[in-house]
Design a protein around this ligand. Structure first.
Ligand code: HEM
Length: 175
C-alpha cells in the first residue's frame, strides 16, 4: 500500500491538538448561536434598586454619566440612544425618572412624566406594553428596578413583581 507523505499523517499528539481545536470551535459556535437566540439585552452588571433621587442623577445632564430611563419600574440604560435622550435631545424629558405614563400616551407633557398608569385606556396600555417589550427590553440593558415596581405605595410587597420573571435577574443579585 502506498504511504501518505509524512506531513499529512497526523501523529497522535497533533491529532489530539486538532480534536481539541474542533471541540473549542464547536463550543464557540454553540455559544454564538445561543447569543443570537437571546431576545433581551443582558444586564451587564448586577441589577439594583433605585430610589427616585438616585434615578434623577442619570438624566443625561452630565456627559460622563450613563443615561437611565425607567418604564413600568424597570430601569434601562439608554446611553446608546443619546441622540434621543441626551442633553438637548428630543426625549430628554423622559430620562432620570419613570416615564411610564408619558410613553403610554406618547406625550411629553410634564404632567405625564410619571409612573402613574391610572385612567389610561386599553389602547394606551397595549401600546405601552409593546414599546416596553419591543423597544426597551430588546434594545437596552436592564440596570435595575424602582421601588415602585417591588413595593406598593403602602410599603406592602407588590404581588405582581416576580424576580424570576425578570430577564437576566438572578436571585443572587442584590437590590
Ligand atoms: C411629531 C411627533 C413625533 C415624531 C415625528 C417622532 C418621531 C420618532 C422617530 C423618527 C423615532 C426614531 C425611531 C428609530 O429610529 O428607532 C422615534 C422614537 C421614539 N419616540 Fe418619537 N416622535 C414624535 C413624538 C413623540 C412623543 C410625543 C413621544 C413621547 C413619549 C415620543 C417617544 C418616542 C420614543 C420613546 C422613541 C423610542 C426611542 C428609542 O428607540 O429609544 N415620540 N420617534
Amino acid at each position: 500500500m502506498k504511504e501518505f507523505p509524512h506531513q499529512l499523517l497526523p501523529n497522535s499528539e497533533s491529532a489530539m491538538a486538532i480534536s481539541a481545536v474542533c471541540v473549542l470551535f464547536l463550543a464557540l459556535c454553540a455559544t454564538l448561536a445561543e447569543e443570537v437566540k437571546l431576545k433581551y439585552k443582558p444586564a451587564t452588571k448586577p441589577v439594583r434598586l433605585f430610589t427616585e433621587e438616585e434615578l434623577k442623577r442619570y438624566d443625561g445632564s452630565q456627559e460622563d454619566q450613563p443615561i437611565y430611563l425607567a418604564i413600568k419600574g424597570v430601569v434601562f440604560d439608554v446611553t446608546t440612544g443619546k441622540e434621543f435622550y441626551g442633553k438637548d435631545a428630543p426625549y430628554n424629558a423622559l430620562v432620570g425618572k419613570d416615564s411610564t405614563r408619558a410613553v403610554a400616551k406618547m406625550s411629553l407633557d410634564p404632567a405625564d412624566l410619571t409612573s402613574d398608569t391610572s385612567g389610561l385606556t386599553e389602547e394606551q396600555l397595549e401600546s405601552l406594553d409593546s414599546i416596553f417589550e419591543d423597544t426597551y427590553k430588546t434594545k437596552y440593558p436592564i440596570v435595575g428596578y424602582t421601588a415602585s415596581r417591588i413595593l406598593n405605595e403602602d410599603g406592602s410587597p407588590n404581588e405582581d413583581f416576580k424576580p424570576e420573571d425578570q430577564p437576566y435577574f438572578q436571585i443572587k443579585d442584590e437590590f
